[in-house]
Write a protein that binds this ligand. Sequence first.
Ligand SMILES: [Zn+2]
Length: 126
Amino acid sequence: MAKDRAQVKPKKHCRLRVKKNDTVYVQAGKDRGSEGKVIEVNPMTNRATVQGINIVKRHRKEGKTGGGGITEMPAPIHISNLVVVCPHCKAHMRPGKKTVERRRDDQVKIVHVRQCRKCGEQLDQV
Ligand SMILES: [Zn+2]
């Protein structure tokens, strides 16, 4: 864990199933069984920061920006430990893909959106 991630050679990242503002369920790790909202996703490290999940304590020295002390903040968790929760049917699932046409200014563009495998609802706005 102490490995400097900036030194790691950037891998070709694959498309991730988890997006920002998703609600995710934690499958593994110390926060197993809880849910939270995704704050940030890093495709290079395949990690996501989830609100209230994987809380770490940081001992901060008093500085210009504010007082020191112990602050608690969520640390990034690996995406393989997360599973997306459908906002419509609350099912834990692996999102499928759906192709839709987006009409904007008389132009039709084909876009891919994520879809719930249980209820078929779209997870992304077109
Ligand atoms: Zn659903």
